[in-house]
Design a binder for this molecule. Structure first.
Ligand code: IPE
Ligand code: IPE
Ligand code: MG
Length: 253
């Protein structure tokens, strides 16, 4: 499927794309290099994806960088990933700012080092008023953590007496989830060939279109991204309605 990026209407494009960036380790191993070599190479693919989203005028891009389960990996790999994260934050944030990108790190940051948390705070502060691409990077993120964290905030309000338990509903909970201020992901891409969610966004992808590719993350480039978007554009999203209802709705717009 081909995507003509010059003529495609903004209306057809996803507002929010989320990506499970998987396959760095296998990419490196296939080249007889240590797994961390793949993580480092993966940063180039991140840069290309950010550029492509900016070019297309996509509102939000959410990247899964480190899951709440990834702490289970060998200590060496976890340490290198943290160093890489710190390095990328130091090196890339100014460039992102120059390109009007608003950067938000989502996840439980309490387990990170003070220096990493400081870098995250200053990145948030520097880019807070940017109006271009909203880039969310999920670090120590788990979809279940996100739901539990939202529930905890509502429970605190109930305990304070500012919310009644019987008033808790989907909307109240949604307001407390990560990225509540943004459109819900329309398209979720997973690279690396595995067909699972791995505790990434659970609540937010309720109606996302899912796209799985065998391409390993370091090989993910504009062409693969465009293919995923072309596939998304060709789908009919029905949100529980019938196909006929959707066609009627589209005819009216
Ligand atoms: C994804 O690549 C990056 C992280 C999870 C940090 P992997 O490191 O999971 O690569 P594979 O899946 O082992 O190839
Ligand atoms: C998901 O990849 C997490 C990230 C891409 C950050 P994993 O490689 O950790 O997923 P599993 O363990 O294969 O499910
Ligand atoms: Mg993996």
């Amino acid at each position: 499927m081909v995507l003509d990026t010059d003529t495609i209407s903004q209306q057809c494009l996803p507002k929010h794309v989320a990506i499970i960036m998987d396959g760095n380790g296998r990419w490196a191993q296939a080249r007889n290099r240590p797994r961390v070599f793949g993580h480092k190479k993966g940063v180039d693919a991140v840069r290309q994806s950010v550029q492509f989203c900016t070019k297309l005028g996509i509102e939000s891009l959410t990247l899964f960088a480190f899951s709440s389960e990834n702490w289970r990996r060998p200590e060496d790999e976890v340490n290198t990933l943290m160093e890489l994260f710190l390095f990328v934050l130091s090196k890339e944030v100014k460039k992102l700012h120059k390109n009007n990108v608003k950067l938000t790190i989502i996840g439980d940051l309490s387990r990170f080092s003070d220096s990493l948390r400081d870098k995250v705070d200053s990145a948030h502060e520097l880019t807070a008023n940017n109006t271009g691409l909203q880039l969310n990077v999920a670090a120590n993120y788990g979809g279940r953590w996100d739901v539990a964290n939202a529930a905890k905030q509502l429970a605190e309000q109930v305990a304070e007496g500012t919310l009644r338990a019987e008033d808790i509903n989907e909307e109240r909970l949604a307001e407390k989830m990560c990225m509540a201020d943004q459109a819900q992901p329309d398209l979720l891409i997973r690279t690396g060939g595995d067909v699972r969610i791995s505790n990434f966004l659970l609540w937010q992808i309720a109606y996302a279109e899912l796209y799985f590719t065998d391409t390993l993350w370091p090989d993910f480039d504009e062409a693969v991204f465009a293919e995923a978007i072309a596939c998304y554009v060709a789908r009919e999203r029905r949100f529980g309605c019938t196909g006929e209802q959707i066609k009627q709705l589209l005819a009216q717009t």
